[in-house]
Design a protein. Structure first.
Length: 461
């Protein structure tokens, strides 16, 4: 992942999208894709994306939005036409959170954009990358990806872009356009208006008598237009126009006349509430009883848990004892000849170790050294002196080690009498007139004596 951040160029520009699923921070590559970034920034400044939806969500692929119509077929760029693609060799669809321009072919970019949810190599060289989602806002983008969609990848409840805010604008020359606001649809009021009955003012001079005549005519017309039954129209003697039951003009007593007073009503309601509360108290157990029952239940559960723990511990102890008994039986069975030999050797090692600690060992070593010393002295005393050998006319070997070494090893104890005798020649004064074989001549050309000698030799030549 760190390799990706190294290869990607630095960003310049930032936009904050406030959506129904949370904020989304977008950083822009304004140097690598200047046309796409300028288009996106100006549309955000103009509020073009406000209240638009994400109309397409494909899980593990992309989330697409930026269409004000919400169909995926609308949207225009700030240039009034489609602008060209902008590809960069350091920008690839290699991870989630990248922002690209949506199109339907080469150089057909508009206002729609999309976010990637995973690696999408098939989009390289087809869609311009102009930004990336940064920080923890990537998780708000993943919330949008979790919405339910239909067969056409359209969300059933589409998330919405509430507003956009430009936090850092690398283009100082952008001037937002004044876009026409869509007119709200007028709501038709369905309230019924009360019809006012027209009444003529008969006191007016111009309508005095005429108005009275008109009223009389209208009353006659209304009486003529009054609904009549077959009893009134037909002359059948079986049909009578008189009602069978005479209606009394007395006003019926309404329920309001039998209503109790306010005080009586209040007392009745209080009695009803009291009865209801008493019934609830009788039917429902008290809070104290409920608490006591809960406490008793918890204590029972604790006791059961403790009993189970004790049984588990006992079973574990019994299993350990059984395992130890099995191990002892196996050891007794394996006690064969090999184990006996091993134990014997172990006992011997312990015994020898105890002997080493004994003080008698030092005495034995001193005795061995004393014997060896007496043996050396006896061997030297048995050898004749060199003076007696020379007087007898023998060769003066003096039992010394010469340059010629004998190859054969000495098998007997005569080697004890041999003494190493070095050449003890006295160091005498050196004679400068005689050349010493071991002396080395040092010639220094910088020495003035050597310079004179060289000069004399040249003159002789």
């Amino acid at each position: 992942m760190s390799n990706i951040y190294i290869t990607e160029p630095p960003t310049n520009g930032k936009v904050l999208l406030t959506t129904s699923c949370g904020d989304i921070d977008i950083e822009l590559w304004s140097k690598e894709a200047p046309k796409a970034c300028r288009n996106f920034l100006q549309l955000c400044m103009e509020g073009y994306y406000d209240s638009t939806i994400f109309h397409r969500v494909i899980k593990n692929f992309i989330i697409q939005g930026g269409d004000p119509t919400g169909t995926g077929q609308g949207g225009e760029s700030i240039y009034g036409r489609s602008f060209q693609d902008e590809f960069h060799q350091r920008l690839r669809y290699t991870r989630r959170g990248l922002v690209g321009v949506a199109n339907y072919g080469p150089n057909t970019n508009g206002s729609q954009f999309f976010f990637t949810l995973d690696r999408a190599d098939e989009l390289n060289g087809k869609n311009t990358i102009f930004g990336k989602v940064t920080g923890n806002t990537i998780y708000n983008l993943l919330k949008i990806a979790e919405v339910e969609t239909d067969d056409n990848d359209c969300p059933l409840y589409p998330p919405k872009i509430i507003k956009t805010e430009v936090l850092a604008n690398p283009f100082d020359d952008i001037v937002p356009r004044a876009l026409p606001k869509p007119e709200p649809i007028a709501k038709v009021e369905t309230k019924k208006q009360a019809k006012s009955v027209a009444t003529k003012n008969l006191k007016l001079l111009s309508f005095g008598l005429e108005a009275e005549e008109d009223d009389e005519e209208t009353e006659v017309v209304h009486e003529d237009r009054k609904m009549k039954s077959s009893h009134d129209v037909l002359d059948d003697p079986r049909l009578s126009s008189q009602p069978a039951v005479a209606t009394s003009n007395k006003r019926r007593l309404s329920d309001d006349d039998n209503k109790p007073s306010d005080e009586e009503y209040d007392s009745l309601m209080k009695d009803r509430v009291r009865k209801k509360l008493q019934n609830k108290i009788r039917n429902e157990p008290s809070i104290i009883e409920v608490k006591e029952s809960k406490i008793s239940r918890t204590e029972e559960l604790r006791k059961e848990a403790k009993a189970l723990m004790r049984e588990i511990k006992k079973s574990r102890k019994q299993e350990k004892l059984d395992d130890e008994a099995d191990d002892d039986d196996n050891e007794q069975e394996d006690d064969n000849d090999v184990m006996k030999e091993y134990r014997d050797q172990q006992q011997k090692y312990v015994a020898s170790k105890n002997l080493r600690k004994d003080s008698s060992r030092e005495k034995k070593t001193l005795e061995f050294l004393a014997k060896f010393q007496t043996k050396l002295q006896a061997a030297r005393s048995e050898q004749p002196d060199s003076s007696s050998l020379s007087a007898a006319g023998g060769s003066d070997k003096r039992w010394s080690i010469n340059d010629e070494d004998e190859d054969e090893d000495i098998q007997d104890d005569s080697w004890m009498a041999i003494r190493l005798d070095m050449d003890n020649t006295e160091h005498r004064a050196r004679d400068p007139n005689k050349q010493d074989v071991d002396a080395y001549h040092i010639y220094d050309p910088r020495n003035p004596i050597n310079k004179r000698r060289r000069h004399k030799e040249k003159e002789k030549r």
